[in-house]
Design a binder for this molecule. Structure first.
Ligand SMILES: CC(C)(COP(=O)(O)OP(=O)(O)OC[C@H]1O[C@@H](n2cnc3c(N)ncnc32)[C@H](O)[C@@H]1OP(=O)(O)O)[C@@H](O)C(=O)NCCC(=O)NCCS
Length: 133
């Protein structure tokens, strides 16, 4: 199996320990649970950037690269990469670490698209992406 590229050095957007309730009957963590954590991380980035409500409109290129086990530490890294008029594109990766070890490996990746919305759920303008951000 190919060597993982280095784990991001920035602080993760979300870091959580997986629990038995998040697993299937084989002890692997549900893909939907991982997607939910990724969606939450991207949502935090979108809400902070747009200073308000933002909703998921699309998830592109979802990949599950390796299984995650109960008790693993999961770190989710979400990075704003593009801003349109109302949309925000956020690259998201999740990394696992056995709670008793130091080595990390990338377990998922996807590109989430959020739309900034007003109180009535209508698209509103998102601030432009800062140069160099
Ligand atoms: C988000 C929502 C308000 C957008 O309304 P809409 O009338 O479809 O909006 P638009 O067609 O003007 O699209 C808004 C933006 O999303 C982009 N977009 C639309 N569909 C897209 C898709 N499938 N993939 C990527 N971007 C998409 C558009 O290009 C546009 O971007 P821009 O303003 O930066 O140019 C509406 O689709 C909605 O409420 N969806 C449900 C959201 C939801 O419940 N999510 C789950 C819970 S958070």
């Amino acid at each position: 199996m190919a060597e993982d590229p280095a784990c991001p050095t920035d602080a993760p957007t979300i870091r959580v320990t997986t629990m038995p309730a998040d697993a299937n009957s084989y002890g692997d963590i549900f893909g939907g649970w991982l997607m939910g954590q990724m969606d939450m991380a991207a949502g935090l980035v979108a809400a902070r950037h747009s200073a308000g409500r933002a909703v998921t409109i699309a998830v592109e290129g979802m990949q599950f690269l390796r299984p995650v086990s109960v008790g693993d530490e999961v770190s989710v890294f979400a990075t704003l990469v593009k801003v349109g008029t109302t949309s925000m594109t956020i690259d998201v990766e999740a990394w696992r670490r056995d709670r008793h070890a130091t080595q990390t490996s990338k377990v998922t990746q996807a590109r989430f698209v959020f739309v900034a919305v007003d109180g009535a759920g209508r698209p509103r303008q998102a601030p432009p992406l800062a140069r160099g951000a």
